[in-house]
Design a protein around this ligand. Structure first.
Ligand SMILES: Cc1cc2nc3c(=O)[nH]c(=O)nc-3n(C[C@H](O)[C@H](O)[C@H](O)COP(=O)(O)O)c2cc1C
Length: 329
């Protein structure tokens, strides 16, 4: 039998397919079903900075005997209950998932600015999470804020959280940094043991009939994997953190590509939201078949086989190949 097992953030996983943070990992029943479908681990949906701020505003108001001391701040977060659950139910979900499953449970914090992340990370650790994924999601809009400042802030958040907990921390990065390898190195030096590439941003559209901005959240397409494969292939031999790929993983062959590029795990959300949770077992079966057809005994045998340092033509990942390609089109 082909051995699919791997390690990720020092945790032992029976295979490299991880259910990434999504509405599917928000409900206890689905978490059980994801384990039955065979995933190696799950990342719970995120606890959002806005939820935590709103919670502390409510607490403050309660202490202030109900006076709405921050009315503007409260109306700033009107839609919170639609996605998230507050910190208490979140911690209970971690406990319940740990009690009734045997796969690693990775919690997720979604931050935008330095704050009390260390405290929440500690609560998450105490609730039994095996690891924490930190998703730092900011949209810099101020022309006076430099890229170095954005990166320093990221590093500060990562350092605070990593110093506060003993469980391993992975950082979910955006693809929009000027130098992905530098940022990966910086967060690793700040204490992260894993880098999750990449965050997918919701893209607002413009409605030309209503002349308004419309929020859009679309599921991913398999093409999105290519960006991740390139960067996993480039950074995996250069930094010591484990790489997780998230974005565009839809089939068993995509898991194989992630591992070939040097990732430890392949994460999936859209394909399960689209095809149902049982699609995870289909993907795993396809991955197993691929390894068998290649005559391989374990998934580990192919890890990093097509990383930039391992391939015969490392320039395939760089600009030189681009020039060659467009001139031959
Ligand atoms: C509806 C929806 C909700 C999501 N919620 C979260 C979240 O709470 N935290 C997070 O870090 N990522 C969240 N994501 C991003 C996914 O975890 C994943 O990184 C992204 O969708 C790319 O993977 P995919 O191509 O398999 O969908 C969400 C994605 C979707 C589609």
């Amino acid at each position: 039998m082909t051995d699919l097992s791997t390690t990720y953030l020092g945790l032992k996983l029976k295979n490299p397919l991880v259910a990434s943070a999504s509405p599917l990992t928000k409900q206890f029943d689905n978490i059980k079903r994801l384990e039955e479908a065979g995933v190696g681990a799950i990342v719970l949906h995120s606890l959002f900075e806005e939820e935590l701020i709103a919670e502390s505003i409510r607490l403050h108001e309660h202490l202030e005997e109900g006076t709405e001391s921050f009315p503007e701040a409260l109306t700033y977060f009107p839609e919170l209950p639609q996605y998230g659950i507050g910190p208490e139910p979140y911690l209970k979900l971690i406990e319940a998932a740990k009690d009734s499953t045997s796969m690693p449970i990775i919690a997720s914090l979604n931050a935008a600015s330095p704050g009390k992340w260390a405290d929440y990370a500690r609560h998450i650790e105490e609730s039994g999470a095996d690891a924490l994924e930190l998703n730092v999601y900011t949209i810099p809009t101020d022309p006076l804020v430099t890229s170095s400042q954005v990166e320093e802030e990221l590093s500060e958040i990562v350092k605070d959280v990593c110093e506060a907990v003993e469980i391993p921390v992975a950082v979910k990065l955006s693809p929009f940094y000027s130098s992905i390898p530098f940022v990966a190195k910086t967060v690793t030096e700040a204490g992260a043991e894993g880098i999750t590439i990449f965050n997918r941003f919701y893209q607002p559209d413009l409605d030309i009939k209503t002349m308004d901005v419309v929020p859009r959240l679309e599921l991913s397409t398999p093409q999105e994997l290519l960006l991740r494969l390139r960067w996993a292939a480039i950074i995996s031999p250069r930094i010591k953190a484990d790489i997780a790929i998230t974005g565009g993983v839809h089939k068993g062959e995509d898991i194989a590509k992630c591992i070939l590029a040097g990732a430890k795990v392949a994460m999936v959300a859209s394909a399960l939201l689209k095809n149902g949770i049982s699609h995870a077992s289909v993907m795993l079966e396809e991955f197993r078949r691929f390894l068998e057809e290649k005559g391989l005994k374990s998934a580990e045998e192919i890890r990093g086989h097509l990383s930039q340092r391992a391939v015969a033509n490392p320039k395939a990942f760089e600009r030189a190949n681009y020039v060659k390609l467009i001139s031959s089109y």
